[in-house]
Design a protein around this ligand. Structure first.
Ligand SMILES: [Zn+2]
Length: 246
């Protein structure tokens, strides 16, 4: 799938404020903004960090949303799994790429991101330095589901549904949500707990979906996941509470 087609699909499914810039490694993302520890990332000010590079490519059209996707790694993985079965390779790559993009776009829509920074060369340099530093840090063993809480899970299920409606093709939830990796219940349990909300609210902008109360059974599932995590890892409770309060 070409970058421009994916940008159009995501913009139609879950529009963001301003242009959406998918920063894919196959387009030559600068080395300081590549994160070897992750396949994708979103940061509210990443577009400023990528500004020079986007400008050089003739793509910069003002402040918007930039999402980093390591499509080269996904391509390598698909090739490794499918060998010379070109059809399978193509299907694996496409499903992984769309799912990764849905995962990241859900981060855009999970909550408010504060005031936009000014679009100035100095600010772009500063933000790029911060993001490059973040890309070079090896994450310590932190609580796995932090940054992948109920607001994000809910946004992810909504974005996946909207993409499916547009393409007529299933978006594999396990590839979007990775709940096993985060030590949470399965995507199907979360999807079931949300019941038919993704259909009922499909006409609403995602910012308005956020205003709607979460279904009680969805919250119950989340609370049960937290309880079992802290039961198994009681030493994490205090530092996590302190980090949340900070
Ligand atoms: Zn994530």
């Amino acid at each position: 799938m070409k970058r421009t087609a994916l940008e159009s699909l995501l913009t139609a499914a879950a529009p963001v404020d301003g242009p959406l810039y998918l920063c894919m490694t196959s387009d030559g993302v600068p080395s300081d903004l590549r994160d070897p520890m992750t396949l994708g990332y979103f940061h509210p000010d990443a577009d400023l960090a990528f500004r020079d590079w986007l400008d050089f490519q003739g793509r910069w059209a003002g402040r918007g949303v930039a999402v980093y996707l390591d499509d080269e790694a996904l391509h390598r993985e698909a090739t490794e799994l499918a060998g010379d079965d070109a059809e399978l390779r193509h299907a694996l790559y496409r499903d992984r790429l769309v799912s990764l993009a849905v995962h990241e776009i859900a981060h855009v829509h999970e909550g408010e991101h504060g005031d936009a920074l000014p679009d100035t060369p100095d600010e772009a340099v500063r933000v790029r330095g911060l993001l490059a530093a973040a890309c070079s840090i090896r994450q310590s063993k932190r609580t796995p589901w932090i940054q992948h809480g109920p607001w994000w899970i809910r946004a992810c299920l909504h974005v996946a549904h909207r993409v499916e409606r547009l393409t007529g093709r299933r978006v594999p939830l396990s590839l979007c949500l990775h709940t096993d990796h985060y030590g949470l219940s399965s995507p199907w349990q979360y999807s079931g707990a949300l019941a038919d909300e993704v259909e009922q609210l499909a006409h609403l902008p995602l910012a308005e979906v956020r205003q709607q109360p979460m279904p009680e059974q969805f919250l119950e599932l989340w609370r049960a996941d937290l309880a079992s995590y802290y039961q198994a890892n009681p030493e994490k409770l205090k530092p996590d509470m302190e980090a949340r309060a900070a």
